[in-house]
Design a protein around this ligand. Structure first.
Ligand code: ADP
Ligand code: MG
Length: 709
C-alpha cells in the first residue's frame, strides 16, 4: 500500500464501498486520508455510572450483561437491550435496528460506550451508544478518546470510516511534505504526516488545533499561489487592442437622460484604456447597488462593438440577464448594434438594431448569427460559455456578480472564438463590498475600479428591527405605501435541511423545510388572509424561466403590489417604485446580503422602509441586525459581517471550496498578507513551480476542486 494505491488495496474495501467513496471524490488512499472529519466528540473522559446525568452525552467504561434482541410490535424495529456495569453502578442500554450487535458484543465483554442518557416512559437508558471492545493491545478508535465524526453523505457510517482510516494509517509514512520546508519551519506548522494523524485521531484538542492550523495555512497558501499565478499567466497572454471610438462613446454619454458621475467617467476611461492594450484586461468594477455599473458596461460594450468585436455579457440569473438585455438594448437603441439574448432554456430572443424592436428567432439561428459575427452583443446566463456558443471575433466579456469567472472560463471562451490564441478582455462587476483580506485573495488577480458615488444622491431608507408583536403596524404601513401607489417586497429565508446525525437518537424524520415551502406558506398567508385587497405574487428559483420573467414584468409594470420572494431577487433587480421591504428570518442572512436587499428599495429617491424580522430572539443576533440600522455603508457592514459570521457569506467565497478551518484564517489580515508574500516570493523564484513538484501537484488538486461547481 502506498498513498497512490487505490482504496480497494485496503482490506475490507471492495467494489461496494469503492463506489460510495468515489462519490466523495475518494479514489486513492491519499484521498481517503485527506477526507477529514466534520466534527469531533469528546469521549476522552470516562464518567462513572453513578455520575451520569439525564440528557447529557457521556462515555462509560464497564462490563456488558444481559444483551439480547427484541422486535417491537408496532413499527417492527429491532431493539438490542443490554446492561453495563462499572464499580459505581449499572445502566440500561438500548440500540435501534442493529440486531447484529448480539454477535459482536457478548456478556462479560469489557467495553467503552459513548452516547446520550435519555429518560422515557420505559426508564432511563443510554441511547444508541457508540461502542468499542477494550483490549490491551490496541488503541481505542471509537470511544474513550476524542472521536472523529465524518460527514454523512452516502450512508457510509462514521464507525466504518474510523475503521478504514485506522487501516490506512501506516501509509502516512510515505506521504511527503508538499509545503516548502522553510515555510513549515518559519510558521511553526505541524508536519504533514503528523497533522493527518491528528486530524483523524487527535491526541488532544490542542494538537488537533495545531493540525487544523496547518491545513488552514496550506489552503490559504494554495489559494494565494493560485490567484497570483493566474495573474502572472494573464500578463503573459495576448489580447486584441481595441481602439477607443471617442465620438461614439461621447454620443452615447450625451444621449443619456442623466450625466455620468465622476467615478463612472473615471471607470469608463480606465476600462477603455485597458482595452486598448494587447494584454487582456482583467478589471473588477465594484460599486454599491444603484451606483450605475450597467451604463459603464454598456459603454465598454459599445466601444468593442463599434470596432467590430463581439461582446459576451453574463449575468448570474435569468431574471437579471433579461433585465440587462432590456437595459442595454434601451441604451444602445440608436447605435445600430445587434443584441442577442440567450439562456439555457428554450428562449428565443433576438433584439434587432431597429428601435425597440425585438424579433424572436430560434436558438439555432441565434447561435448561427453569433458565429457569423452578426450579433454584436450577446447577453445571457452561464449558458454563454457552453461549447455550442461560438463567436467570430470575441473581444470583451462582461460578467455581473460572478466572482469565479477566471482565466479558465476565459480560455474556454477563446476557444469558442475564431481568433485563435487571443484572450478577450474581461470586465467583472460586483455590488458586493468585500473586506480587504478577502479582496486581496479572491480578487487578487484583478485590477479594480470603484464607483463610490451614488448618482441619485443618498437614498432615504429607514431600517428597523421589528418584533412579531409589531406585525399589525407593519401591515398597515404596507397598506399605506401601496395605497400611495407604491410596491412591497417580502423576503423569506432559506431554511437549511438539518443534517441527520447518526449518533443522535432516531427521530421520526421531520419534513425538512425548504426555501420554497417557506415562500409558499408566506404567500398563502399574505394573499389569502392579510392582503386580500391587493395583488400578491410569488417568486422563487424553482419556477420556470417564462414564469419568472412574467412575474418580474408584472411587478415592474405595477400589476402586482407585493412580491413574496426568496433571495433570488438579491442582486441587481431594479424596481424603482418599491418603497418597502420586509425580511423574514432576517438573522439567517449575512449583513452584506441584507444590505443588498436594502438596495432593492428606495431607488426612486423617495422615503422607504426596510423592516427586519429576526426569527431568533438572541441578543447577539438582534445586535447584529441593529448594526444595519446604524450603518449604511456597504464596506463597513462587510467588515463587521466578516467579524461576526466569517467569510462564508460573501458571494464568491463559497465557490472557492475553501474548507471551514481555512475560512477562519481569511479574517486575519496579517496572516493573509504574510501568506501572500510567501506565495509571491516562491513565484518570483520559480513561477512554474518546477523546483516544487509536490506543491504543484497540490495546486493542481486545488485548481480542480476550486473549479468544481
Ligand atoms: P447597479 O450599479 O446597481 O447595477 P444600475 O446600473 O442598475 O446600478 O443603475 C441604477 C439606476 O441608476 C439605473 O436606473 C440607471 O439608469 C441609473 N443611473 C446610472 N447612472 C446614473 C447617473 N450618473 N445619474 C443618474 N442615474 C443614473
Ligand atoms: Mg447591476
Amino acid at each position: 500500500m502506498n498513498p497512490d494505491s487505490l482504496i480497494t488495496t485496503i482490506e475490507g474495501i471492495g467494489n461496494f464501498y469503492q463506489k460510495k467513496l468515489q462519490f466523495l471524490g475518494i479514489k486513492t488512499i491519499k484521498d481517503l486520508l485527506m477526507y477529514f472529519p466534520a466534527r469531533y466528540d469528546d469521549f476522552s473522559k470516562i464518567t462513572d455510572i453513578s455520575d451520569l446525568k439525564i440528557n447529557e452525552r457521556a462515555c462509560i467504561k464497564g462490563e456488558i450483561s444481559k444483551i439480547s434482541n427484541i422486535r417491537t410490535r408496532g413499527r417492527g424495529m429491532f431493539l438490542t437491550q443490554a446492561v453495563v456495569n462499572d464499580d459505581t453502578g449499572s445502566m440500561k442500554i438500548m440500540w435501534f435496528n442493529q440486531p447484529f450487535l448480539t454477535s459482536t458484543l457478548k456478556d462479560n465483554d469489557l467495553v467503552c460506550l459513548a452516547g446520550k442518557i435519555v429518560s422515557v416512559k420505559g426508564g432511563v437508558y443510554l441511547s444508541n451508544p457508540i461502542y468499542e471492545k477494550i483490549s490491551d493491545e490496541k488503541e481505542l478508535t471509537h470511544a474513550g478518546r476524542i472521536v472523529p465524526v465524518y460527514r454523512l453523505t452516502t450512508r457510509v457510517s462514521s464507525r466504518w470510516f474510523r475503521f478504514v482510516m485506522k487501516k490506512a494509517m501506516p501509509v502516512l509514512r510515505d506521504i511527503k511534505e508538499p509545503l516548502p520546508k522553510e515555510l513549515v519551519r518559519e510558521n511553526n506548522l505541524m508536519e504533514i504526516t503528523k497533522a493527518i494523524k491528528q486530524m483523524h485521531f487527535p491526541d488532544s484538542w490542542s494538537s488537533l488545533r495545531k493540525a487544523q492550523e496547518r491545513f488552514a495555512y496550506q489552503e490559504v497558501f494554495l489559494l494565494e499561489l493560485f490567484v497570483l499565478k493566474q495573474r502572472v499567466k494573464r500578463m503573459k497572454e495576448n489580447s486584441i487592442s481595441i481602439p477607443i471610438k471617442l465620438e461614439k462613446v461621447k454620443k452615447l454619454v450625451e444621449s443619456l437622460p442623466f450625466s455620468l458621475t465622476i467615478s463612472q467617467k473615471k471607470a469608463v476611461w480606465q476600462i477603455l484604456k485597458d482595452m486598448e492594450k494587447t494584454r487582456p484586461m482583467s478589471r473588477l468594477l465594484q460599486g454599491d447597488v444603484g451606483s450605475g455599473k450597467t451604463i459603464v458596461a454598456a459603454l465598454a460594450a459599445l466601444n468593442a462593438a463599434k470596432n467590430q468585436y463581439q461582446v459576451a455579457f453574463m449575468a448570474p440569473t435569468e431574471i437579471l440577464a433579461k433585465q440587462h438585455f432590456e437595459t442595454v438594448h434601451n441604451f444602445l437603441k440608436d447605435f445600430n448594434v445587434n443584441i442577442g439574448f440567450l439562456t439555457s432554456k428554450n428562449d428565443k430572443y433576438f433584439s434587432k438594431k431597429l428601435k425597440n424592436q425585438t424579433i424572436e428567432i430560434s436558438k439555432a439561428k441565434l447561435l448561427e448569427k453569433t458565429l457569423k459575427g452578426e450579433i454584436d452583443i450577446i447577453i445571457g446566463t452561464h449558458s454563454l460559455i457552453q461549447k455550442k456558443v461560438k463567436f467570430k471575433k470575441l473581444g470583451l466579456v462582461i460578467v455581473d456578480e460572478q466572482h469565479r469567472f477566471g482565466v479558465e472560463q476565459r480560455s474556454r471562451l477563446i476557444k469558442s472564438s475564431a481568433q485563435k490564441g487571443l484572450m478577450p478582455h474581461l470586465l467583472s462587476m460586483t455590488a458586493t463590498p468585500i473586506p480587504r483580506t478577502l479582496a486581496l485573495t479572491i480578487y487578487g488577480d484583478l485590477d479594480i475600479s470603484i464607483l463610490d458615488q451614488m448618482p441619485r444622491g443618498p437614498r432615504d431608507v429607514e431600517t428597523n428591527v421589528v418584533t412579531a408583536s409589531e406585525i399589525k403596524g407593519v401591515y398597515s404601513l404596507i397598506r399605506k405605501e401601496i395605497d400611495k401607489g407604491r410596491q412591497a417586497f417580502v423576503i423569506c429565508p432559506r431554511i437549511e435541511k438539518k443534517e441527520i446525525d447518526e449518533d443522535e437518537e432516531i427521530s421520526p424524520m421531520k419534513d425538512a423545510w425548504s426555501e420554497v415551502a417557506a415562500v409558499e406558506e408566506e404567500y398563502e398567508k399574505l394573499s389569502k388572509e392579510i392582503f386580500t385587497e391587493f395583488n400578491v405574487a410569488m417568486m422563487h428559483g424553482k419556477l420556470g424561466s417564462k414564469e419568472k420573467e412574467r412575474i418580474m414584468k408584472d411587478f415592474k409594470n405595477k400589476k402586482t403590489d407585493i412580491l413574496v420572494s426568496t433571495s433570488v431577487i438579491e442582486v441587481g433587480i431594479d424596481i424603482p417604485n418599491a418603497t418597502i421591504m420586509i425580511v423574514e428570518g432576517a438573522d439567517r442572512f449575512g449583513l452584506a446580503q441584507l444590505h443588498q436587499f436594502r438596495g432593492r428599495i428606495g431607488r426612486s429617491g423617495d422615503k422607504s422602509y426596510f423592516l427586519l424580522f429576526p426569527s431568533a430572539k438572541s441578543k447577539d443576533s438582534i445586535a447584529r441586525l441593529e448594526s444595519l440600522v446604524k450603518i449604511n455603508d456597504g464596506l463597513t457592514l462587510a467588515e463587521s459581517d466578516l467579524k461576526f459570521r466569517g467569510p462564508g457569506d460573501f458571494s464568491g467565497v463559497r465557490q472557492w471550496g475553501i474548507p471551514d478551518m481555512a475560512m477562519e484564517s481569511l479574517k486575519d489580515i496579517k496572516m493573509i498578507e504574510k501568506t501572500r508574500n510567501a506565495a509571491k516570493a516562491i513565484l518570483e523564484k520559480d513561477w512554474r513551480l518546477k523546483t516544487y513538484p509536490l506543491l504543484e501537484k497540490e495546486l493542481d488538486r486545488f485548481n480542480q476542486e476550486a473549479h468544481m461547481e
